[in-house]
Design a protein around this ligand. Structure first.
Ligand code: SAH
Ligand code: MG
Length: 199
């Protein structure tokens, strides 16, 4: 990476840290980029832009990659717009400011990255699976939820966290038992899954 790019990425990461924006950790973004190369991904749909960090990293990883990314938080969306301008990636990254569950897309994508509200993974999956190319993959982030998902439910004191963990487990069960899709789970970053259509 050239030094200017490196410094600008560093600035975004620092902004995320200071403002508590949960951007992806390096291992996760590296893994996703390796999948992008392996599967020759050309079009990405991302649910959960935050401040544009992962969208920018994906776009920088492949010169012809195009990304559509959805964010419902206004401040984050505006910060993402600024960041994407800084990298002059406006022609390859399209941002949609809306709740993803209210967005209707007709196009198909090689990669759908679900990285938004953990409790709504199943809703996002059900809504956007029709937008997946036959050979495409769906990657879902934060399936471990900082290790909570691996814990005994009775060990989790906080009710809200317990409810969220139950939802994440439901989603994992849904993926594991889905006859249309095959899913592999990875203990990378905060837990990732890669889902593809069964042939
Ligand atoms: N992918 C980003 C991080 C996303 S953090 C990166 O790694 O750089 C998750 C984001 O999803 C938050 O900014 C949150 O506002 C957004 N989000 C949560 N629910 C959403 C929804 N229903 N529609 C759109 N965005 C949503
Ligand atoms: Mg995440």
């Amino acid at each position: 990476m050239v030094e200017k790019t490196y410094n600008e990425i560093k600035t975004i990461k620092e902004y995320a840290l200071v403002n508590k924006v949960p951007i992806m950790v390096d291992d996760s973004i590296d893994f996703i980029i390796s999948k992008i190369h392996q599967k020759r991904v050309k079009k990405v749909l991302e649910i959960g832009t935050a401040i544009g960090y992962s969208a920018i990293m994906m776009a920088l990883s492949s010169p012809n990659l195009i990304v559509t990314s959805i964010e419902k938080d206004k401040d984050r969306y505006l910060e993402a717009v600024k960041n994407i301008k800084k990298f002059e990636l406006e022609d390859r990254i399209t941002l949609i400011y809306n709740d993803a569950l209210d967005v209707l897309l007709k196009e198909k994508y090689d990669l759908i990255l679900i990285d938004a509200a953990k409790s709504k993974n199943l809703d996002f999956f059900n809504k956007f699976e029709k937008n997946l190319e036959p050979n495409g993959i769906i990657i879902t982030d934060n399936l471990s939820f900082h290790g909570y998902v691996e814990q005994e439910p009775s060990q989790i004191q906080n009710r809200n966290i317990r409810a969220l963990v139950r939802k994440i487990r439901n989603y994992i069960d849904f993926l594991e038992n889905n006859i249309k899709y095959k899913t592999t789970f990875y203990e990378i970053g905060d837990g990732l899954s890669v889902t593809e259509k069964r042939m």
